[in-house]
Design a protein around this ligand. Structure first.
Ligand code: ADE
Ligand code: ZN
Ligand code: ZN
Length: 266
């Protein structure tokens, strides 16, 4: 009996520590990678293949999460998100973002872009590292709670909710639960949402990255406003309200990732 209790406790602790380390889940990232691949120029696709080999853009998108089990990479933890206070205007948010010199998703995304684009001395090993990170980070920044999360609740990780009566937190709903609820493989998902006019695509791609963050921030403001009580129940109606937002964020993530990769390698 004692053994059973201990085992149960171990499983419980293990799953809690795992759930608080979650990010746009495995498939969310793959969807953005798969969509990005579709819009790559020939030249960019070839240059990327020289770096990643047989690893597709979709599959390389998960590497930055998978390495979290290796403490060598602990320094990358804070590269996946940026937190800020709620209720900021467009100009306030943007100027704060531009002035921030800390270690966060915005500064580090720009760092890896600049290294891949400008550093001619970059080793093959660093090219692989930075490219895998970049593919992952453009996805992360479209997860509203990675770009618009608040420090006091660690981007919604501290906001307990019930997802179809199962205890979880708001961050996790947006990392994986909503994506999983659609019950699509990443290729089915990408195929189903990858519909956009050329004009719309160019518009999304040509906005500065600060706007990409601001959009995510705006979405996150609404997500925070929705939660009005502890252990709030989320289910079918939440999915109905947000499925379109989810699809749009994933689509924008893929389309903009292609723009960044084409700009670097095209
Ligand atoms: N830890 C602290 N803030 C976070 C956020 N916004 N997203 C993911 N992990 C976090
Ligand atoms: Zn996350
Ligand atoms: Zn991440």
């Amino acid at each position: 009996m004692r053994f059973l209790k201990r085992s149960l406790l171990a499983v419980l602790l293990f799953s809690i520590s795992f759930s608080s380390l979650a990010w746009w889940g495995v498939n969310g990232h793959r969807v953005t990678g798969e969509i990005a691949d579709y819009y790559l120029t020939k030249k960019a696709r070839k240059a990327i293949k020289e770096i990643l080999g047989e690893e597709s853009v979709a599959m390389s998108s998960n590497w930055a999460d998978f390495i979290k089990s290796d403490s060598t990479y602990d320094y990358l933890y804070s590269w996946h998100y940026i937190n800020s206070k709620g209720g900021m205007s467009h100009d306030e948010f943007t100027s704060k973002l531009l002035a921030d010199t800390g270690t966060n998703l915005y500064t580090k995304t720009n760092f890896v872009i600049s290294e891949l684009k400008n550093n001619k001395q970059l080793s093959q090993e660093k090219k692989v590292l930075y490219l895998r990170l970049l593919i992952h980070f453009i996805g992360d920044l479209h997860q509203p709670l990675h770009a618009g999360g608040r420090p006091e609740d660690r981007g919604g990780n501290g906001i307990k909710v019930l997802w179809f009566n199962e205890p979880t937190n708001l961050h996790s709903i947006w990392d994986d639960r909503l994506v999983e609820f659609q019950k699509l493989s990443y290729t089915e998902f990408a195929k189903n949402i990858n519909h956009v006019s050329r004009q719309q695509r160019l518009e999304w791609q040509n906005q500065p990255m600060t706007e990409w963050f601001y959009e995510s921030y705006q979405v996150s403001q609404g997500l925070y406003a929705d939660i009005t009580q502890p252990d709030q129940k989320l289910g079918y109606d939440y999915n109905f309200k947000y499925a379109e937002t989810l699809n749009k964020q994933l689509l924008k993530g893929g389309i903009r990732l292609a723009a960044v990769l084409n700009e670097i390698f095209g």
